[in-house]
Design a protein around this ligand. Structure first.
Ligand code: ZN
Length: 387
């Protein structure tokens, strides 16, 4: 068992000072004074620390992505130490542009590897193109038969790299995903990659008005990629939609008008968007190609999972948002949207995924996943098999 003493709890709402006892991967008890004989458990003194739920990153190219400038531009797999450093204890993995050399079978194997190494993983099935290449032959079967698959994605819209699906193609896929979600008791979420194209959120707005599919079935990402899309995203969220910010970026994108997630979160909340309708994801291990006006690649970077909490931290320290509000976008909100049982909060019966933060500068001090200490006092205790 693991006993965390005297932590200031944000679950993510502030819950005062408390001890947390974990065992068998779960939180067993939370109480101001828990005593267990030392021989039965490891004790962490968290007197000067804040305990928050482990972070959920809902969009990570765990087996790598990219390849948009040819085979040498395929990005590498996620090393678990990146997740640990960033306080990320749950990941939803996805394929991206490339669903040919990267397959759902490979993605599932990588998700299982990360799970064995210490964190929790889930997947969305498919890649940019419609119709999807699934694992079992259909979206509904993938959702029903593969535990880790909770939705589809990332399906590309409004992008020169998309398969240019019609609205009918898109909405048929959303309907199939919803049915699979209902039958499997999972979220059946459609994760949508939005490009810089003029059509922006058009299909999503139409889905809200013209179909019976509820808005929570769709999670469009990269909503902060340019000022116009950000404005459209704000209006869409005000109309009841859900939106996801991408936290990893390169300087060239910021210069070109990408909205910094910490600032974007504050601006959306100022505009009256329900904080429960916003999530952050890192797009980790995705390639960050910088295209010139002719569509040729000028440069290439790799998204980092560590950017996820960095933006939440900036939302608190630079934008003045309450910690509980900022934390929601990487804890309780994604847990609810992806329907991840036992994730995104701190309470008895939930998974023992915790991050201890240093309140002085809001840096990650310790990381616990499924009751196991992965990082203690800024020192990683766990590494990947080949790290
Ligand atoms: Zn994308």
């Amino acid at each position: 068992m693991l006993l965390i003493k005297n932590a200031e709890i944000h679950s993510p709402s502030p819950d005062g000072r408390c001890d947390v006892l974990a065992g068998g991967g779960k939180i067993l008890r939370m109480h101001p004074d828990i005593r267990v004989p030392a021989r039965y458990c490891e004790v962490i003194d968290a007197r000067n620390l804040i305990a928050v739920p482990g972070f959920i990153d809902g969009h990570v190219h765990i087996m790598g992505g990219g390849g948009e400038g040819g085979p040498s531009t395929r990005t590498p797999e996620l090393p678990i130490s990146d997740a640990i450093q960033g306080g990320v204890t749950t990941i939803v993995g996805c394929l991206g542009t490339d669903g040919i050399t990267r397959t759902m079978g490979g993605l599932l194997a990588k998700a299982q590897a990360l799970e064995e190494e210490g964190i929790s993983t889930f997947l969305v099935t498919g890649h940019y193109a419609v119709p999807l290449r699934t694992l079992t032959g259909s979206v509904e079967q993938d959702l029903l038969f593969i535990d880790k698959i909770v939705g589809v994605g990332e399906v590309a819209l409004s992008d020169h790299r998309s398969s240019q699906p019609t609205f009918e193609d898109f909405i048929r896929l959303a309907g199939e995903t919803r049915r699979g979600g209902i039958l499997s008791g999972k979220a059946g979420l459609v994760n949508i990659h939005l490009g810089d194209g003029r059509r922006g959120l058009e299909f999503l707005r139409r889905a809200l008005v013209e179909t019976e599919i509820p808005p929570r079935q769709f999670l469009p990402t990269h909503i902060n990629r340019n000022p116009d899309l950000f404005e459209e995203g704000t209006a869409y969220a005000l109309a009841g939609g859900f939106v996801d910010f991408t936290t990893s970026t390169v300087p060239a994108y910021m210069e070109a008008g990408e909205v910094k997630p910490s600032e974007g979160l504050r601006r959306m909340l100022d505009a009256g968007v329900d904080p429960g309708h916003i999530t952050f994801t890192s797009d980790g291990q995705g390639s960050l190609p910088d295209f010139d006006a002719m569509g040729r690649i000028k440069g290439l970077g790799v998204g980092r999972v560590t950017s996820l909490f960095a933006e939440v931290r900036d939302a608190v320290l630079k934008e003045g948002l309450p910690l509980a509000t900022a934390l929601q976008v990487i804890t309780s909100n994604p847990a609810r949207l992806f329907k991840l049982k036992g994730k995104g909060g701190l309470a008895p019966g939930m998974d023992a995924d915790l991050v201890l933060l240093d309140p002085r500068d809001l840096t990650v001090h310790s990381v616990i996943a499924k009751g196991r200490v992965l990082m203690k006092a800024r020192k990683a205790l766990v590494k990947g098999t080949f790290e």
